[in-house]
Design a binder for this molecule. Structure first.
Ligand SMILES: C[S@@+](CC[C@H](N)C(=O)[O-])C[C@H]1O[C@@H](n2cnc3c(N)ncnc32)[C@H](O)[C@@H]1O
Length: 212
């Protein structure tokens, strides 16, 4: 985790440019549409980075808590949204600095492939949802670009959509769907290879009442 944090600290100042090369607006549109954010909603953006999803949630009228493990990213995003309904918190996706049942929606773009235990991370994000709240994750489908492990500290080479759906259901979420964002993630390697990895959007809802 420290190596991942060091990497994101080192690229925090350039992250907006890097992100624009990696993926586009379609990912953000898909994530925010799936989250169905109402004005005044409390939204947690996990692995917020410089606030790509947070910005759209703020524009939808939400109060946003952006959580990230990188101090460098948190510094950028705090400055960026200093006049908006935004709070930045240091934390890990496996142990979020949020009370249980406190968020109307949790969104996370391109963070899950950095998590040590993705199933546990999904359960942790589900924990902080209010009853009826929505979890939305956008991330890479399974791919074979091993160089992303060394060059960008990816822990997982994407995910099988069936595994994502199982982890959502195991976390107690219902109405689970995993579909296509119709966007590609296109990072380039140091030796000149450019990947073209499809990106999914996964959505699930915390039941309004606990099953007995
Ligand atoms: C690929 S970037 C995506 C940033 C942002 N979501 C976006 O779409 O631009 C991954 C982000 O997740 C953060 N991150 C990586 N591992 C994390 C973890 N275990 N817990 C919390 N944040 C993490 C990184 O510091 C980085 O800001």
């Amino acid at each position: 985790m420290d190596e991942t944090r060091d990497y994101f600290n080192s690229v925090a100042g350039q992250w907006d440019d890097m992100r624009r090369q990696f993926f586009g607006e379609g990912v953000r549109r898909a994530a925010i549409a799936a989250a169905q954010i109402a004005p005044g909603a409390v939204v947690a953006d996990v692995g917020t980075g410089t606030g790509f999803l947070a910005e759209a949630a703020l524009d939808a009228g939400a109060r946003v808590i952006g959580i990230d493990a990188s101090e460098g990213m948190l510094e950028q995003v705090r400055t960026r949204f200093s006049t908006r309904a935004f709070e930045a918190r240091a934390g890990d996706v496996a142990d979020l600095p949020l009370d249980s049942g406190s968020a109307d929606a949790v969104v996370a773009n391109m963070v899950l492939h950095h998590a040590v235990d993705p199933g546990r991370a999904i359960a942790e994000m589900a924990r902080v949802l209010k009853p009826g709240g929505t979890l939305v994750i956008t991330d890479a489908d399974t791919h074979t670009h091993e160089w992303l492990r060394t060059e960008q500290h990816d822990r997982w080479l994407g995910f099988d959509r069936a595994d994502i759906a199982t982890w959502f259901r195991d976390a107690g979420l219902q109405d689970v769907s995993v579909s296509d964002t119709h966007e590609l993630c296109s990072p380039s390697s140091e030796c000149g290879t450019t990947a073209a990895i499809t990106i999914f959007v996964a959505r699930g809802q915390k039941p309004l009442t606990a099953h007995l």
